[in-house]
Design a protein around this ligand. Structure first.
Ligand code: AMP
Length: 506
């Protein structure tokens, strides 16, 4: 295998370069073969090289979801660059932070983003190219008439391929350095675990600036040489209409709750699908059960994060437990530990630590933070808390920063949320802590009512009296219209904590 010189490019892209198989299927019925995709990638590689971008340089892009983003990724991997996909929602200030922090050499964005473009140009040192949805933009112009570039830069498995910035809900965003080995090993493990094969058609409605849509979804398609139905975003009616042409769907939990809100979702519509996968945020067991009742499919829930790729999965064959994220994937070591770092007994809650080829190299330019977040024996401290049940399945109870300590007792928000969600008339809830002069922190429940239902604070209180010890019960119940969620469907508890921080202060 003398020509295997670039682990990711060789395994994900090079082997399909001459393939006439469909890589991308679009909602309007048009298609793009692997070969056409590859030809454009070669042109991008050529353009980037001519712009003077060198191996190890960072290239950033902030674009609408498009195949061009994948071409940029492929060209970057081929040329040994480090790519940074940026959320299109980021403001100019945020983009400037990422570009400065990563010392990016090239920034590709939408031509319409004039303000950001001017601000980035003013930084100097960074080249800016643009794209538009209509095929104009400077990168499209450069592409015309250019000859493809075929050389593949040599990379080692420990070279960084991507810099993914974490959402930074508790401070500044950090760039997670992901190597060829991290990404390739995880894609290989998932391919086997979820039985991906060249006949699959993945329904892809996720964003591609995040690990879920970019690495879990796209890398699996590329590694198995199958096709994906590439949708710009989650559009429930369109998804239900097109589902019948696909075999696997990956989604965040809100995809599933929204699908269930449509009476058109049924067994007939989902019959071509062999696997529904959920991740990036907790899937309520009630959603898991309702989905099975309606479609006959048991959603497979898995757990991962930007820094570690995927860590656990419910089994393809065997029991897919509602409310659990399954067992450690092959090659991933997981331990659940107490404050002293000692492994806790099964069923006991502790911090989740992870080690394996899937785990990132560290935070860009933050050696102290990296050191702090790894143990001496190489385990990454995820910041998640959870427990292992008697059969080895893991349940996540939340982030450690969401833990509430009230009167010296640990209160795990998920337990309270589950108890509240069971109450008739409740749609969903989020439980947070706020400063309380007597208890240190007091528990607050933010509750969303089910459409058309009336329920009072005292009914919730009475209901919880039967289910929860006194110290766990909310000292305040507040009704809100909806929970704030980020693009991946995660409830933004940091926002809620800010808004309700003074609840017990008066
Ligand atoms: P991100 O880096 O944006 O992918 O976020 C990773 C975090 O999402 C993890 O550390 C978990 O807190 C959470 N997460 C991911 N998958 C799940 C899941 N299946 N259940 C509960 N939390 C999850």
């Amino acid at each position: 295998m003398a020509d295997l010189i670039n682990p990711l490019f060789d395994n994900l892209f090079r082997k399909h370069q001459k393939s006439n198989k469909d890589f991308i299927l679009f909602a309007d019925g048009s298609r793009l073969t692997y070969q056409s995709f590859s030809e454009k990638t070669q042109k991008y590689a050529s353009i980037f090289k001519d712009l003077g971008i060198k191996k190890g340089d960072r290239i950033a892009f902030q674009l609408f979801k498009s195949v061009e983003c994948l071409n940029i990724v492929a060209a970057s991997i081929q040329m040994g660059y480090i790519f940074l996909p940026l959320n299109p929602d980021y403001t100019k200030e945020e983009v400037l932070f990422f570009l400065k922090d990563s010392r990016a050499r090239l920034f590709i964005c939408e031509e319409e983003n004039k303000e950001t473009i001017d601000a980035v140009k003013a930084l100097g040192q960074i080249k800016v190219e643009t794209l538009t949805k209509h095929g104009t933009g400077s990168l499209n112009c450069l592409e015309k008439g250019i000859l493809g570039y075929s050389k593949v830069m040599e990379c080692s498995e420990n070279d960084i391929a991507a810099l993914l910035y974490t959402s930074g809900t508790t401070g500044r965003s950090k760039g997670a350095m992901l190597t060829h080995k991290n990404l390739l090993s995880n894609a290989r493990v998932l391919k086997t675990a979820w039985r991906f094969n060249s006949n699959d058609v993945l329904l892809h409605a996720l964003p591609i600036f995040h690990t879920h849509g970019l690495f879990v979804a796209t890398n699996l398609v590329l590694l198995s040489g199958c096709s994906m139905l590439f949708l710009p975003s989650f559009d429930r009616e369109e998804i239900i209409k097109l589902m019948g042409d696909t075999t696997v769907m990956m989604g965040v939990p809100t995809f599933y709750t929204r699908l269930l809100e449509s009476s058109a979702l049924n067994r007939e519509k989902t019959k071509s699908i062999r696997l529904f996968i959920s991740g990036s945020a907790p899937l309520l067991s009630q959603t898991h059960k309702l989905f099975e009742k309606r479609t006959g499919h048991k959603i497979l829930e898995r757990y991962g994060m930007t820094e570690t790729n995927m860590n656990t999965s419910n089994p393809y064959d065997g029991i897919r437990k509602a409310g659990s994220v399954g067992k450690a994937l092959p090659g991933v070591q997981i331990k659940i530990v107490n404050e002293d770092g000692d492994i806790v007994q099964k069923q006991n809650i502790g911090s989740i630590y992870i080690k394996g080829d899937n785990v990132f190299k560290g935070y860009w330019n933050l050696p102290e933070k990296t050191e702090e977040d790894f143990t001496a024996d190489g385990f990454f401290k995820t910041g998640d808390i959870g427990f292992k049940d008697n059969s080895g399945y893991i349940e996540i109870v939340g982030r450690d920063k969401d833990l509430i300590i009230s009167g010296g007792f640990n209160v795990y928000p998920k337990e309270i949320e589950l108890a509240i969600d069971e109450i008739e008339g409740v749609s969903e809830s989020a439980v947070i802590g706020a400063y309380h002069s007597d208890f240190g922190e007091g528990v607050i429940a933010l509750v969303v009512k089910l459409n058309g239902h009336e329920i009072s604070k005292s009914e919730i209180g009475l209901n919880l009296e039967r289910k929860l010890a006194k110290y766990k019960r909310p000292k305040e119940v507040i009704f809100i219209e909806k929970l704030p969620r980020n693009t991946m469907g995660k409830v933004q508890k940091n926002l809620l904590r800010d808004i309700y921080s003074e609840t017990f202060s008066s």
